[in-house]
Design a protein around this ligand. Structure first.
Ligand SMILES: *[C@@H]1O[C@H](CO)[C@@H](O)[C@H](O)[C@H]1NC(C)=O
Length: 363
């Protein structure tokens, strides 16, 4: 390698390392109308944050998940009633959990959910989160008045589904991305945004940014990774075009700590986003063996971020609920992710302020 070429490579590496954003850019986003999606623990988180912040979030895509509040803060229910033995689910107890959060104003008023949209996917061959969990979610969301699209007929194992990358459709294992000749990224977003989206185009590598997530967690109990990612389509970068925000939550064993950028770049969402001016936030979880008890790097859907969960760190033997804060607007992870969304949308407030001032001057 010639010396100048070598220097060029070194310079490139330095630039790449320096490219971790210390602050999220303030873009032109209206947070009302935000949509979310996720798989597995990220699916459960998508439902939770949709219900917690229903005055802003108007759509969710839930891939291999189940009803919101399914575990009621008990780790033991996560693997049983909410994954492998959904036929035993105590539906009344789940309904009461949501009612209580609503009455206590720990979540946005559930009346906001009427008419909001949700896409529910359960793979026919899912042997981790069994398909009946999706039906339980469908029943819950029906009761809450959401509009639903359900997809239950694809012979998929436990995975995010693509038409372009991953293992064969009924394969069980890492990276939990399966090719079932079905463009789930497009189908979900197109449904949530009213069926008018343009076809996917090729995402642009330079539009994917790593950002410092450490600004966003109040304590190690949050279990966030040091970095998160955000995809900003070319049209959205200058803040002139009003863009939409979508937040995607990875599943267990799928964070960048485990898969590198494979999940973020291969599930196909960025390709849809580039063509349709959708900014995509990918918050990231870190694995944590004991405190908090999150060895697989999952989003919190059973209460591991709650201090009560420490009473029995291995959790399985903890017969007490960790509490329900993790389901609420004040849940450590929901609060952190929403702060990221607010920072990304800060350019909108600025532009509104500017328009207001211009109007004042004209008068
Ligand atoms: C996806 O699966 C289809 C059907 O099995 C196959 O024809 C196609 O080549 C696969 N694509 C990739 C990228 O694996």
């Amino acid at each position: 390698m010639g010396k100048s070429l070598m220097l060029f490579y070194l310079a490139t590496i330095l630039i790449v390392n320096a490219s971790v954003l210390q602050k999220l850019p303030a873009l032109n986003i209206d947070l009302v109308g935000t949509t979310v999606s996720g798989i597995s623990s990220g699916a459960y988180m998508s439902g939770q944050i949709h219900v917690a912040l229903s005055s802003f979030i108007k759509g969710s895509a839930i891939v291999a998940g189940g009803p919101v509040g399914c575990t009621r803060g008990y780790l033991m229910y996560s693997t049983t009633e909410c994954m492998a033995i959904p036929q035993d689910l105590n539906i009344k107890s789940v309904d009461e959990t949501i009612d209580k959060l609503n009455k206590d104003k720990k979540i946005d008023d559930i009346s906001n959910l009427k008419g909001a949209k949700s896409y529910i996917f359960a793979g026919l061959k899912d042997t981790i989160v069994f398909p009946l969990n999706g039906v339980h979610l469908q029943d819950q969301f029906n009761k809450l008045g959401l509009q639903l699209k359900t997809v239950y007929d694809i012979p998929a194992e436990h995975a995010y589904i693509t038409n372009s990358f991953g293992n064969v459709c009924d394969f069980k294992g890492s990276p939990y991305i399966n090719n079932c000749s079905y463009n789930q990224a497009y189908e979900t977003l197109n449904y949530l945004y009213g069926g008018q989206l343009k076809d996917s185009t090729k995402a642009i590598d330079q539009n994917l940014f790593e950002f410092n997530q450490q600004n966003y967690f109040s304590s190690f109990m949050t279990s966030l990774y040091s970095s998160g990612y955000v995809y900003i389509p070319t049209n959205c970068a200058d803040g002139k075009t009003k863009c939409r925000l979508h937040i995607n939550f990875h599943g267990c064993k799928q964070s960048v700590e485990v898969l590198g950028k494979n999940y973020i770049t291969m599930i196909g969402i960025n390709d849809v986003a580039e063509a349709n001016d959708i900014i995509v936030l990918y918050p990231q979880i870190v694995k944590s063996p004991i405190f908090p008890f999150n060895p697989e790097g999952c989003w919190d859907w059973w209460g591991y971020t709650e201090w009560n969960s420490m009473l029995a760190p291995t959790g399985y033997y903890n017969l007490n609920s960790a509490g329900l804060n993790f389901l609420s607007k004040d849940g450590l992870q929901i609060k952190s992710v929403w702060k990221m969304a607010q920072d990304l949308a800060a350019g909108n407030k600025a532009s509104q302020q500017l328009e207001y001032e211009q109007e004042q001057e004209q008068e």
